[in-house]
Ligand binder design. Sequence first.
Ligand code: GLA
Length: 386
Amino acid sequence: MKLEELKAKFLQTYGQMAQAGFFAPGRINLIGEHTDYNGGFVFPCAISFGNYCLVRRTDQAVIKLRSLNMSFEADIPLSELSMAISNEWVNYVIGVFAQFISRGLQITHGLEMLYYGDVPPGAGLSSSAAIEVVTAVAINTLFGFGIDGQSLALMCQKAEHDFAGVHCGIMDQFASAMSKQGHALFLNCDSLDYQLVPLELGDHKIVISNTNSPHKLDSGKYNERVAECRQAVTEMQKGKKFSFLAELDPDEFSTLEHLISDEKVRRRALHVVEETARTKDAVDALIKGDLSRFGKLMTASHKSLKENYEVTGFELDTMNEEALKNVGVLGSRMTGGGFGGCTVSIVHKDAMANFIENTGKNYRQKTGLTPQFYIAETQDGGKQIF
Ligand code: GLA
């Protein structure tokens, strides 16, 4: 939807013109999966799909929330802004307001807010982080709070923990807040040090393949993985003082893994340790222009997510296998939390049409599902657009 159309929708919804507009992007992750809550590295980039928020200041003590994607509407008195009201999309917004309020910052007047997201639903491209970050940037700007982008990302992560019940790492919110067009973000999720690495892929492009799988990442499965990683840390702490799985290199891990009582938990930890090493290698390969190595590491990441972390499933694995059968594909892997959602593949531009046709046809035949393909365009992190 064009910005002019969005402005017209705002006028239609509230009877007055919007005074400001904000956008925050969704993300793909190139490599470094399920490492963020283990103090490891991630390498995401923001994409052109995201969430818009148009606003107008009012003198009423109410925040009005409407969305062009969802029918649920809410008018929330300022005095109730920290309370979750239901299992609805507005909780992501309220969760973010609550973070500002818990810092002692005052929401001094009402707002009319209209949201619109173009992130494909359920695709695992961080539509919720985009809603949180666009809200945080809007509040921060409109009330002049002057909070830096990193802190906004942390507040959005907390909103997700407290209001959506997902004990997520920092990757999605950080990518949505801090990315830069033309770059991927190499983030140390322990220290939050980061580097914006130019995404120079030469004649290659990143293709996002949406499985449209009915299986979704839910908070239960996600939180279970988080807990398994904690168990691995606790058991291995009998052999060494450390806090996060990602602090261990593969050699060190091999001297401690016998302390893990459960074979499944051992494989979860192995994934995290190896994925952390792979992510460092992959960024190094990209910086050196070794795309072929970068692609191989992506493919190895998928294998580990399938066999050790067990967060792929039939649809993601089929998409991955079919993608890799094509010429001109340097690597492919699931992206995001897993179970359903998307893969990302590095594909030569001349092989693109065949890639989409063959992968699409074979995937449809094997799964009965119709996939979608998008060529990833990178994007800046959350910002004001007018
Ligand atoms: C989800 C979470 C992120 C991250 C990924 C897996 O997207 O929100 O914090 O853990 O899964 O890498």
